[in-house]
Structure formats: structure tokens, C-alpha cells
Write a new protein. Sequence first.
Lengths: 113, 247
Amino acid sequence: MSLCQSLFDVIADYQLEREEQIVKVVTIHVGPLSGVEPTLFVRAFNLLKGQTIGEQAVLRIDVSPIKVVCKLCGSESEVSANRIICSQCGSWQTTLIEGDQFVLSRIEFMQSR
Amino acid sequence: MCGGCGCESKKESSLNTDFRVDVVNMAEDIKGKNAAVAKTNKALFDAHNVLVINLMSSPGSGKTRLLEETLRRLKHRYQFAVLEGDLETENDANRIRRHGIHAEQIATGQGCHLDADMVSTAIGNFELASLDVLFIENVGNLICPACFDLGQHKNVILLSVPEGDDKPEKYPIMFRAADVMLITKTDFLDFVMEFDVSRAIKSFNSVGDNAPVLEVSVKDDERFNGWLAYLTQIIDTHLSNQTRQHR
């Protein structure tokens, strides 16, 4: 719910410039390590949207993979959330390069009637 | 724009040929506002040379008990204060106050974690100039607290023996945030035969974390002294670095 409220706060900044428009579609880009669980987040979004950005708003979620670079062999790997180890050499000494982001990437507005 | 993290901020506004639709593309980090407040918090802590340590774990892992014993043993050596976070009650803050340590309680209501705004508001109740260390005991929860930077310098994550040795891989976001993992309640090892310390360490490593792991029990001086040695080392290092920067 807190993460959802944070999203609404950011959207509100964009709504300030568009008083006669309503939010139709919100697209976010999240990684599995962001703390955003898509199924639950959609529920929270739909539960709270009526009090904030409007009942008509729809949420789309793009989920990115988790990618790491190995500190030992330098390889990049796509990994799972509970097995963040290098797929080439098996080392757990890795640096995350993708997978923890929570980014608002697109808002579609429509003229209110 | 980077397809992963949105590192290149780009705003476009284009009008669809249907003039009723306006599409705006951006790359707004939703946690950015909290991150900005956390950065301000940290700057304030640094301005007063205060080391801030965020304790996180599931409920009942022993955070408050760890603090009580730590403060009892070290309060004559350093100036401590504690910021407690719980949904309800001041129980934990009261336990700390009995040791003569200043403690403030944040009651989050239905909030399952502390965030930077809450800490920013609470900081005003402390005399930061007189402190060496501020412990933040976060809300007991293995998920949300790790997602909200508070402005702390270190994250200490507790995993108690009764919880099981596979929790790190089940809760990777939390355990990846650790600067040190404490395996607490090790006095239960003789009774909880299923818990294997080496498996817990392997589980911790499998989420890509190579932070140190310490076994701790408030009932075992040798194991508790290991935690105290680690803690005093990071405190002294922090205070020494801060002193050098202010020369």
C-alpha cells in the first residue's frame, strides 16, 4: 500500500498540469527485487485509485529480469530472485545491474467529459 | 532510455491524433522521494557524527533483547539513543528506557515499515550533537522495511534459530540489504536440530550477499562478544573517519 501511495504521489505531480484531463492508463516498470509484487500491487492500485487518481485508471506492469555481473569472472547473467549467483562460474559475489527498479514509465491522459 | 532502470530521464508529450489522449513518457523512480528524504537524514546524521544502524528482522527474532544487552554492556563507552518502530504500543521503547537510554517510539498504525519521512520527523526529538550511535529498530517484517532507505549507515539483519535456516533465500530483498547477518538465539541450536548454521550461511550467500555472519546469543558471553567486537569496530571506524573529515 505504501509503494502504491508513493506512485500516486508522483502521478499527482503530473496531474497538476492537466486539470481537465483524467488518468486512463499508468504503466510502471518493476524488477523482482523492487519489493513490488505485481498481483498484490494491482489489487492495492485498484483499491486506492478511487480516492486519488480516479476509478477509470488502469495499471499496466512491465516486469524486467534480474541481471547481475560477476565480480570474479566478469560475466553477466540473468538470475532468479532466490539464486543470485553467476551462471558461468557459480560465484555468489555478484553486483546487481538490473532487477530492483520501480519506475513510472508512462501515463496516458484523456480529456474529461 | 535504459530498458532496465530508466537511468536516462526522458520526458515526451505527444498528442494522439485523437486529440482526447495525451501520452507522457518518463522514467520516474517511485522511491525517489523517499530516497531524497533519506539522503537529507543521512546528511544530518553525518553533520553530527552519529552512526545510524537499522535493525531489521521478522517479529520475535530478538532485536529488542539484542539492543538491551548491547546497551547494558556498552553504554558507559558510547552515547546511544534508540528509535523504535512498531504498529502499536511503546513496549520496546520502555524496555530501552529502563536502561537509562533515550528512546523514542514511532507507532506506525497499519504501516508495516518505517520510511524516511517518519525518521525525519522523529530526529527532532534527539540531541544528535551528544550522540555517537542511533539504533533504529524497524518494524518486525521480512519484506517491506528493506525497500525504504531511512538514511542509515548500516543494516543489521537478524535471523533467529527457531525461524529456520532457509529464510535468506525466501526473503532475498531483505537479506541482500544486510551489512551483517546475526544468527540469534543460538542457545536453541541444541533443541532445534533442523537448523544448520552452514546451510543458513549458504542460503545467505545464494542471494548474492557476502556480508559477515555472526552467531549471537544473549545467554552466551563468547558468542555475544563476537557481536560486540564487530559493533565497536564499526563505531570506532565511523567516529574516526568523521573526525578526519572535519579537520
